[in-house]
Design a protein around this ligand. Structure first.
Ligand SMILES: *Cc1c(COP(=O)(O)O)cnc(C)c1O
Length: 381
């Protein structure tokens, strides 16, 4: 059996390990100075004014929606071509989800279809930067402004990417990041909300600690005494530990290098797979520098997807499919969503295969993937 090559993997070096060990020997294990440093690294890299680090991307989505004022009876508009958490976090708050179809080339929320989906209860538009390719933020911003809606980004894939020269993290009213091991940088588990909105950041920070604050400016009874704290919202324990934050700060030093390597791998795939007529390679808009979290090819014939996937798996390639439309999950079907709702997303799902891409992948690894793909389409096409 050839060596297994996953679709994505972290890159952790000795200096990352040393940064974690330093914290383990320090006074703080959780939500102390290492979290402050990590949040500073996130604002530094994105250009956003505030960062609130939490213990997963999913809790970041939950905190972001809560902080944006989304609650029972409200609705978000988002794409079904995403990880379930994008939608789940709205359900946690008693809100509902209106799924809108995607652009066939990028897999991103199609701005041309968003306006018709906006109703009385809509509170926010939530694009996903699918595969690390930023959504069409200027068009989405215009729609959000016209209807008085929040623009909230699921940027779990796209830290380090830019749209019209502007970095992810500054493109929406708030953006959620994930630091799961396959994401652009890792804290093992972790996430963050980045935003320029001070009030939104403050609400997200409170949500991270049970809705409790000790901040004198927020207290109703500041004169009780120095021990006093107050719970203002029903929050959660979503704190990131200092141990994880130290790993994150160390990883952030490498963000540019990691993203640069992903771009080089994507360019190599683009060049070496251009002659494979059976496949459509990932789309890229002119005004975007993607972060290439995923490299998703599509089979032109849907019937080719399954045998090609099986062939690549049998040759040790950790291929994946991103994503099955969220509303196809039995949980969502039971809520009343029906197949056929978003035909482009369903066609995308039916033809998609994610090839391995991660910064530590060697050029030889890339060539191996390309060779296996070439051999497969010859046998199967
Ligand atoms: C990874 C991911 C998340 C959040 O995931 P966590 O595992 O909770 O960090 C959210 N949305 C998308 C699109 C993701 O890929």
């Amino acid at each position: 059996m050839p060596e297994f090559l996953p679709y994505g993997r972290q890159w952790v070096d000795d200096d990352d390990v040393a940064a974690v060990v330093d914290v383990l020997r320090s006074d703080y294990l959780t939500t102390g100075p290492a979290v402050d440093r990590f949040e500073a690294a996130l604002t530094g890299a994105t250009g956003a004014t505030h960062a609130v680090a939490v213990n997963s991307g999913t809790s970041a989505l939950h905190a972001m929606y809560f902080a944006a004022g989304i609650g029972p009876g409200d609705e978000i508009v988002t794409s079904p071509l995403t990880f379930a958490a994008t939608a789940n976090a709205a359900l946690y708050l008693g809100a509902s989800v209106r799924f809108v179809d995607v652009e066939p080339d990028t897999g991103n929320l199609d701005p041309a279809l968003v306006e018709a989906a906006i109703g009385e209860r809509t509170k926010a538009i939530v694009p996903i930067d699918f595969a690390g390719h930023p959504a069409d933020y200027d068009r989405l911003r215009a729609i959000a402004d016209r209807h008085g809606l929040r623009l909230l980004a699921d940027a779990a894939h796209s830290l380090g990417a830019t749209y019209k020269g502007r970095p992810v993290g500054t493109l929406a009213d708030a953006s959620e990041l994930s630091f799961h091991p396959v994401k652009p940088v890792t804290t093992a588990e972790g996430g963050a909300v980045v935003t320029d909105d001070a009030e939104l950041a403050q609400r997200a920070a409170r949500f991270r600690t049970h809705g409790i604050t000790k901040n004198a400016a927020e207290l109703e009874h500041p004169d009780e005494g120095p021990w006093w704290y107050e719970q203002h919202d029903l929050g959660f324990n979503y704190r990131l530990t200092d141990v994880h934050a130290a790993l994150g700060t160390s990883q952030m030093h490498k963000l540019d290098r990691f993203v640069g390597r992903r771009r080089a791998i994507a360019a190599k795939y683009d060049a070496l797979l251009a002659d494979v007529d059976a496949l459509e390679l990932p789309g890229r808009r002119d005004d975007v520098e993607p972060g290439w979290h995923l490299y998703v090819v599509r089979t032109r014939r849907p019937q080719l997807r399954k045998p090609l996937f099986e062939h690549l798996s049998a040759h040790g390639l950790g291929v994946q499919v991103h994503y099955l439309p969220v509303y196809w999950h039995p949980y969502y079907a039971a809520l009343g969503y029906r197949r056929g709702l978003c035909p482009e997303a369903e066609r995308f799902y039916a033809s998609a295969i994610t090839l391995p891409i991660f910064p530590a992948m060697s050029d030889d690894d890339v060539e191996r993937v390309v060779d296996v793909v070439h051999a497969a389409v010859c046998t199967l096409a």
